[in-house]
Design a protein around this ligand. Structure first.
Ligand code: NAP
Length: 270
């Protein structure tokens, strides 16, 4: 038990190496005030980037920025609801004007506004889920790419889900929006490569956050997950964050248009 806790603390600290592959980089992470987004912001900053943390709620942004500052990390907080075009533009413009550019964009914010039979999903549900989970990430990339090009190179990471591979009928629109991100990643890889920008997609399995608490706190459900994953537990946000940081670094310089799964060896693909 003590060893498992120590291993988790080490993941949170960024590991013993303390290397800085992202030194001098400026990064924006959407939906980064708690959960996986906060872990990504922390890891990018531990690896040397100046990170803009953001989400819909001013109080959450201030709290996350304070928490990371207290850890000695270089962060700036900017409020942004990713479904709002003006707020998206403000996030990119303020980042560039305050911090001097933009190198890394992680599109993590997403919503799941509907649980129920797929055939009962309304047009409003589809509009919301596609606006926030698919259109907003694309429109962010469109707006950020010229700034990345100006810096000479850039990296974009989408956050999808393993449910992209096996859509669950009860959360159908959410799953399908995540499947679409796989296609968007591939489709963007060539036009972005022409600007020296790489784009990749990370598909987490079940990760311990507020978003998944309904599942992780349900022992029956957890037993089912343990039966289908090689590593019989839910993942930690830090285990998604470490892959995102790698994909943003020059160590991943020949990787683009790919989706990578972080699911403890589940049933996502052959
Ligand atoms: P979470 O714990 O609920 O955190 C969501 C974060 O996004 C918060 O910072 C929230 O802050 C912000 N947010 C929510 N809606 C937003 C919006 N419209 N605009 C801007 N920020 C917004 O979620 P999570 O579990 O970390 O999930 C993060 C990503 O991983 C999502 O893309 C999710 O689909 C994906 N994912 C999660 C799991 C899992 O098991 N947890 C599995 C697969 C994929 P505010 O409330 O202040 O806005």
């Amino acid at each position: 038990m003590a060893a498992a806790a120590a291993a988790r603390d080490e993941r949170r600290d960024g590991g013993p190496a303390k290397h800085q592959p992202l030194a001098g980089k400026i990064a924006v992470v959407t939906g980064s005030t708690y959960g996986i987004g906060l872990a990504i912001a922390r890891r990018l900053a531990q690896h040397g980037a100046h990170v803009v943390v953001s989400s819909r709620t001013e109080e959450h942004v201030a709290h996350a920025a304070e928490e990371l500052h207290a850890e000695g990390l270089n962060v700036t907080g900017i409020v942004c609801h990713v479904g709002d075009a003006d707020q998206r533009t403000k996030l990119i413009k303020e980042t560039v004007s305050k911090l001097g550019g933009l190198d890394i964009l992680v599109l993590n914010a997403a919503v799941n506004p509907y649980v129920g039979p797929l055939l009962n999903a309304t047009a409003e549900v589809w509009d919301k889920v596609l606006d926030v989970n698919l259109k907003a990430p694309f429109l962010f990339v469109k707006e950020a790419a010229p700034h990345m090009k100006e810096r000479g190179e850039g990296a974009v990471v989408f956050i999808s889900s393993v449910t992209a591979y096996f859509p669950n009928e009860d959360i159908g629109p959410y799953c399908v929006s995540k499947t679409a991100l796989l296609g968007l990643t591939k489709a963007l890889s060539r036009p972005l490569a022409a600007m020296n920008i790489r784009v990749n997609n990370v598909a987490p399995g079940l990760i311990e956050t507020g978003f998944s608490a309904g599942l992780t706190k349900d022992e029956k459900m957890m037993q089912m997950f343990r039966n289908v994953t090689a590593i019989p537990r839910a993942g930690y946000p830090e285990e998604v964050a470490s892959l995102v940081s790698f994909l943003c670094s020059r160590d991943a310089g020949y990787i683009t248009g790919q989706t990578m799964v972080v699911d403890g060896g589940g049933i996502s693909r052959l």
